[in-house]
Each structure stands twice: as structure tokens, then as C-alpha cells.
Design a protein around this ligand. Structure first.
Ligand code: MRU
Length: 330
């Protein structure tokens, strides 16, 4: 995988052969973004099966369960991690011998990675019809190729819109405190030849009030059945500002990001360390010992959302009904 902590200064690929390294990579944001950590979790379990000395199916399942717990504990908000781990564990449970389980979970992890790209491309096409020639699209955080296996969710929609022949510009928010917008989205879009402008998060209102933006598309870490969307901190502010200026606000996410079980009030929002806020790189930007409140995600309520773009189509209000329909569709 690409070490995302080194971007945009260095493009470094890292290789792991121990599931504990994958857990560390997720925890320290070497890999981040909901779909990318879901697939990383799946590959983590595939590695755990290769590391295991089990000679019976029960012993192997035991080792996989231990690895699952370690991988699961890395980050709480993106539901894709749980999805990826459960999918692999279920395959393991239905297997017969140690060797056969190893083979089937390795091939399932590879299949999930391939399918992630396919899904993003379909989602991109579904979303592209909502965007027009000469639109300027705002996005927040990084929901691109870097946050997935490839192509991206929100940035996948922007890519597909360009591929459909429409000319689009992008405004990327910086996304403090750890700048996925400036370090990753700006890097990724510039690398792919998009017309992208970077703004500080504090400029969202200005950009919208001054007609610099026509539409917004962001990704998601977890969407619950009521249509409440959990995504990078600041998404709620962007959505509120978009509503104020009557700018359509879209969310692009695969069905693996939709959690039909958990209620909005029960979703755990990851709290991260204060040093992400009290400094910029090595530079201290706040007084010593200052108290910091640093949630990694916030919740955007459904009334601020114009549509949720998925690989099965676009859900619109009332979301509870339209999300259910997506799951029933084939
Ligand atoms: O803390 P991060 O960088 O993992 O947060 C990522 C986001 O909030 C993304 O917008 C979300 O995972 C969608 S990625 C396709």
C-alpha cells in the first residue's frame, strides 16, 4: 500500500507480511478512508491465516478471531472495517480444512479488492448524471483512489463525470487537522490532471456565498438507515453551508458503508490525540498543555443531503425508504 502519511512529499509503497503491521498501518493512518481500511482488514486476516501454525480448523478460527479483534480495535467509526473482517471470517467458518480455508480467504480478499474498483466505477457512473458541464464541485477530506483500492467514491463520481465528456473544476478543502484535503485530494487530483483549487476549511462559506461552487460531493465512513451520514469532521459544516446557499450536497458511498443495524446516536465517533491540533508538522501552533477536543468525524443529518450515490443507484429523501430499496434491488 501507499504510505499516506508521507504524501504529498514522498510517494512510498510499503509491504507487510504480519497482520499486526496492518493494524498499526490502519491505526497510524498509513492507510485510511473507509473502503481502504475495510479491504486492508480483509488482507490482514488473510495474512493472519498464513502466520497461523494451526493444524485444525478450530485452531485456525481461534487465531483468526484473535487477529480480528486486534484489527477491529484500530478505528471505530468506518463500518467498512467490520464489514471486511466479518466477510472473511464467515468464509473461514464455512471452510473445511486449514489449507482450504487459507486459500479461500486469500482469494476472497483479492476478490473484494477487485470488486471495490468495479463498485466505485459503477457508483461514479450513477453519480455522474447529477453533475453538469462546467460545474465546480467542492469536496471535503479524501474520498479518492487513496481512500479506496482505486478510482474513489466521491472522487470516483468526479472522475466519471469528466470521463462522460463534461468539463469540471474541483475545490478541495484543506481538512484540518491532518489535512487529507491538501495532502491527499489536492495531490491525487493534480496528479490526474484535474483543475483543482485548494481552500482553507474556513473559506467554505466565502466560496459558496460568492458563487464559486455549484455542487458538493463527499464520501462517508458510516451511513445509518435513517440517512444520517458520518464522515470527516467538518462535513456537517460544509453541508449546512450548502443548504444555506441552496447548493446540492451529495454523498457517494458503497453499500458496504451503510449500516442498517446501528442507530445514529449509537455510532462511536473516534476521538484523536490533541497533538494533531496543537501543531502543524513539527511546528507548535498552540500553547503548551492546552485542552483539545479532536473528534475525527461528525454527523450530517439527512435533511441537509440531496442524494446518497451508491453502486445500486441514488437514494433520496425519505432516506429510510430509499436506502431499504437499494438493498432489495438486484
Ligand atoms: O480519518 P480518515 O482519513 O480515515 O477519514 C476518511 C473520511 O472521512 C473519508 O471521507 C471517508 O472514509 C470516505 S473515503 C472513500
Amino acid at each position: 500500500m501507499i504510505d499516506q502519511t508521507k504524501l504529498p512529499n514522498q510517494l512510498i509503497f510499503v509491504e507487510y507480511n504480519d497482520f499486526n503491521q496492518i493494524a498499526d498501518a490502519i491505526r497510524t493512518l498509513v492507510v485510511r478512508g473507509a473502503p481502504a481500511i475495510g479491504i486492508s482488514g480483509a488482507f490482514g486476516l488473510a495474512l493472519a491465516s498464513l502466520q497461523s501454525n494451526a493444524i485444525s480448523k478450530d485452531e485456525l478460527l481461534n487465531d483468526l478471531e484473535n487477529a480480528r479483534k486486534i484489527l477491529f480495535a484500530t478505528r471505530p467509526t468506518a463500518v467498512n472495517l467490520e464489514w471486511g473482517l466479518e466477510k472473511i471470517l464467515n468464509i473461514a467458518k464455512s471452510g473445511n480444512s486449514v489449507e482450504q480455508i487459507r486459500e479461500s480467504i486469500i482469494s476472497e480478499a483479492k476478490k473484494m479488492a477487485d470488486e471495490d474498483i468495479e463498485i466505485n466505477k459503477i457508483m461514479g457512473k450513477n453519480g455522474s448524471i447529477l453533475f453538469d458541464d462546467n460545474d465546480t464541485i467542492m469536496t471535503h477530506c479524501n474520498a479518492g483512489a487513496l481512500a479506496t483500492v482505486a478510482y474513489g467514491t466521491a472522487l470516483g463520481v468526479i472522475r466519471a463525470t469528466r470521463e462522460s465528456g463534461k468539463n469540471v473544476k474541483v475545490i478541495a478543502t484543506e481538512t484540518r487537522p491532518i489535512q487529507q484535503g491538501s495532502r491527499l485530494t489536492a495531490f491525487e487530483l493534480k496528479h490526474d490532471g484535474f483543475d483543482v483549487s485548494l481552500i482553507p476549511d474556513t473559506e467554505v462559506g466565502y466560496s459558496m456565498a460568492n458563487g464559486l461552487v455549484n455542487k458538493v460531493v463527499v464520501g462517508a465512513d458510516r451511513i445509518v438507515k435513517s440517512g444520517h451520514v458520518f464522515n470527516k469532521i467538518g462535513t456537517y459544516q460544509v453541508a449546512t453551508m450548502a443548504k444555506q446557499h441552496e447548493i446540492p450536497f451529495y454523498v457517494a458511498a458503497p453499500l458496504s458503508t451503510i449500516d442498517l443495524e446501528t442507530k445514529a446516536e449509537d455510532v462511536i465517533i473516534e476521538m484523536r490525540k490533541g497533538s494533531e491540533v496543537t501543531g502543524l508538522g513539527d511546528k507548535k501552533t498552540a500553547p503548551d498543555d492546552i485542552n483539545v477536543i479532536n473528534p475525527a468525524f461528525d454527523m450530517t443529518p439527512p435533511e441537509l443531503i440531496s442524494g446518497i450515490i451508491t453502486e445500486r443507484g441514488v437514494a433520496t429523501a425519505p432516506f429510510e425508504e430509499s436506502i431499504q430499496k437499494l438493498f432489495e434491488a438486484n
